[in-house]
Ligand binder design. Structure first.
Ligand SMILES: NC(=O)c1ccc[n+]([C@@H]2O[C@H](COP(=O)([O-])OP(=O)(O)OC[C@H]3O[C@@H](n4cnc5c(N)ncnc54)[C@H](O)[C@@H]3O)[C@@H](O)[C@H]2O)c1
Length: 252
């Protein structure tokens, strides 16, 4: 993938899983990358492994001041911001039906998975606009939603709601900032082999894999490939879209 020379990218939740794969893919394509995460140790580990073109920063995306600070850090270190991947998220640990769902569970999942994307994106768009320059310069934001941004699953109401919200917010931001030359898209992974999936038994993994027509769950790099494409100049006419990368999950 080309077109990333001189570009600065920020990836949230970059210490592991899909975020780590996105940061590595963007750096391999030539971007300078800021990896942010709640877990600074993990982000630092990945950034050191990538090398001089990567920096790490601790930020909880559910806190707006920390989102402002992570974007300010990226601009301070690398001088501008061109690309952002809003990936940080939490799974749906409380598997209660709606009638039994605790308010704290609801607020936690919405706080990270939806507020977090809004706080991150608002700071990123402000920085992209403030960077000035040519609007055709390839500014791109990719939000990580889920197939749960399009359909529901039992006992997952907070996660399903947050991911549907991410898809709506993506469309709204794409309209609001098309004239600023900022493209905004969402990617909808099927189930992916990351820490979020690690608590499943081998039987559960096989059962979930079988829900995908391709017969397995995804690797993080398979999601990062779509993210990198959407972030690149090759996707110059793509904005406001929702792109499933789901092994056929939504086709059924
Ligand atoms: N794994 C899947 O099956 C799957 C499927 C569809 C979508 N997703 C989405 O992909 C994204 C990445 O998940 P993953 O599977 O790579 O999981 P993961 O647990 O490997 O990675 C998530 C990262 O986000 C970080 N994080 C959590 N809360 C945070 C916060 N408040 N602020 C900043 N960072 C925080 C974690 O420390 C972790 O490094 C999430 O948005 C998730 O909803 C995952």
């Amino acid at each position: 993938m080309s077109g990333f020379a001189g570009k600065v990218a920020l990836v949230t939740g970059a210490a592991s899983g899909i975020g780590e794969a996105c940061a590595r893919a963007l750096a391999a394509a030539g971007a300078q990358v800021v990896l942010t995460d709640l877990m600074l140790d993990g982000a630092l580990r990945v950034a050191r492994d990538i090398g001089a073109s990567a920096e790490a920063f601790a930020a909880d995306v559910s806190a707006e001041d920390q989102c402002d600070a992570m974007v300010a850090f990226a601009v301070e270190r690398f001088g501008r911001l061109d690309i952002a991947v809003n990936n940080a998220g939490v799974g749906n640990k409380d598997r209660s039906h709606v009638a039994d769902l605790a308010t704290a569970s609801w607020r936690h999942v919405l706080g990270v998975n939806l507020d977090g994307v809004f706080f991150s994106m608002r700071a990123e768009i402000r920085a992209m606009i403030a960077s000035g320059g040519d609007k055709s310069d390839g500014r791109s934001i990719v939000n990580i939603a889920s197939v749960m941004g399009s359909v529901a699953v039992e006992c997952g109401s907070a996660y399903v709601t947050a991911k549907h919200g991410v898809v709506g917010l993506t469309k709204a931001a794409a309209l609001d900032h098309a004239a600023d030359g900022i493209r905004v898209n969402a990617v909808g992974p099927g189930y992916v082999d990351t820490a979020m999936f690690a608590d499943r038994t081998p039987e559960q993994r096989a059962e979930v894999g079988a829900r995908h027509p391709l017969g397995r769950i995804a690797r993080p790099d398979e999601i990062a490939a779509m993210v990198t494409f959407l972030a690149s100049p090759a996707a110059s006419f793509a904005t406001g879209g929702y792109y499933p990368v789901d092994g056929g999950y939504l086709a059924r």
